[in-house]
Design a protein. Structure first.
Ligand SMILES: *Cc1c(COP(=O)(O)O)cnc(C)c1O
Length: 328
């Protein structure tokens, strides 16, 4: 399969803007690098985010195999689950979501949107309980005559990751227009589909930047292993003759804080600073933690005025409404 002919069901509004954030740079001091934010929070599809791109290929595949329902899983505030529900609505498919209650069961933020979007929501106590319920829900749908299509956590399978190979082309064209060659591309990394796609894309199209994933969960070693295998599987899907190793999958594990889904001071500071300088909203689970890494690298002198960096804003805004005043 080749990227140009990979079936795609249109869901995202692209190209998303690439935006220089000079007021934010100024707030970070005289030694700030030039910072360009790739606004994948503006993909559209029920408030946007990186999953819109992945779902274009996943939904096309679901329709091609005759599926009548999408099933996916995540935490209660999963952005991926919310966008899967929206994608199913657009494609005329049923949607079932298996969500774990690690962070409570209050019907707000993404969980509220899941219901509004018409998804059938199954809540389980923790992430270990998800797999079994996924199977039971799939079996139930089959018994009632439906043909379910299962999308793993975060849509992080080669088809989903391929969307960030395509997004790399979009980003490189925009960088070419502004004549910039960033040193690093920062982004939050969770289930690794985005990073695997970006890494494959960077190699395939000789990007100037190093892809720099900022982890939002522990342990880092498992994330690197998954990133390597997913990058290799994605390259194979696209008939690219390339091999990826640990040198290609750079993951910073220093900004997770306690664990997945728990806000950090650095992440909250990043959210407030970008909001108050540029009116751009990050989120406490993913993009805020990634921006905390970039801010830290500027303050520590690892990046300087001579550098240019890019930051992929992966979305996540709806979870702000689940955190509420804890953000202030
Ligand atoms: C899912 C998600 C990520 C991580 O993307 P992966 O492909 O799962 O690594 C980052 N930011 C936000 C807002 C997300 O919803």
């Amino acid at each position: 399969m080749q990227l140009a002919t990979l079936p795609r069901f249109p869901l995202a509004t692209t190209p998303t803007p690439l935006q220089r954030v000079e007021t934010f740079e100024l707030a970070l001091g005289n030694d700030s690098p030039a910072i360009y934010i790739k606004r994948d929070d503006l993909t559209g599809l029920a408030f946007g985010g990186n999953k819109a791109r992945k779902l274009e290929y996943l939904v096309a595949d679901a329709l091609a195999v005759g599926a009548t329902a999408l099933i996916s899983e995540g935490a209660v505030q999963s952005n991926h689950a919310r966008m899967t529900a929206a994608a199913a609505a657009v494609a005329g498919l049923r949607c079932a979501l298996v969500l774990d209650a690690r962070h409570g069961t209050d019907v707000k933020g993404n969980l509220l949107l899941d219901h509004l979007l018409g998804a059938e929501v199954h809540i389980v106590p923790d992430d270990a309980a998800r797999a079994e319920t996924m199977e039971a829900v799939a079996a139930g749908l089959r018994e009632s005559g439906e043909m379910p299509y299962v999308i793993p956590t975060g849509g992080s399978v080669p088809l989903g990751a391929a969307s960030y190979v395509a997004a790399t082309l979009e980003l490189l064209q925009q960088l070419n227009e502004v004549e910039e060659a960033p040193r690093r591309l920062y982004h939050a990394t969770g289930s690794l589909g985005t990073q695997a796609g970006l890494v494959v894309g960077a190699r395939a199209f000789s990007a100037p930047y190093a892809v720099y994933g900022v982890a939002v969960s522990h342990p880092r070693e498992a994330l690197i292993a998954k990133g390597i295998s997913l990058a290799n599987e994605t390259a194979a899907l696209l008939d690219l003759d390339a091999e990826f190793t640990a040198d290609d999958v750079v993951i910073d594990g220093g900004f997770v804080g306690e664990r997945y889904g728990v806000a950090t001071e650095g992440g909250l500071e990043a959210i407030r600073l970008l909001a108050r300088t540029e009116g751009i909203l990050l989120d406490p689970v993913y993009s805020g933690k990634a921006m905390a890494a970039l801010i830290d690298h500027i303050r520590s002198g690892d990046l300087s005025h001579a550098d240019t960096v890019a930051f992929l804003h992966t979305g996540g805004g709806p979870s702000l409404f689940a955190f509420g005043t804890a953000l202030l």
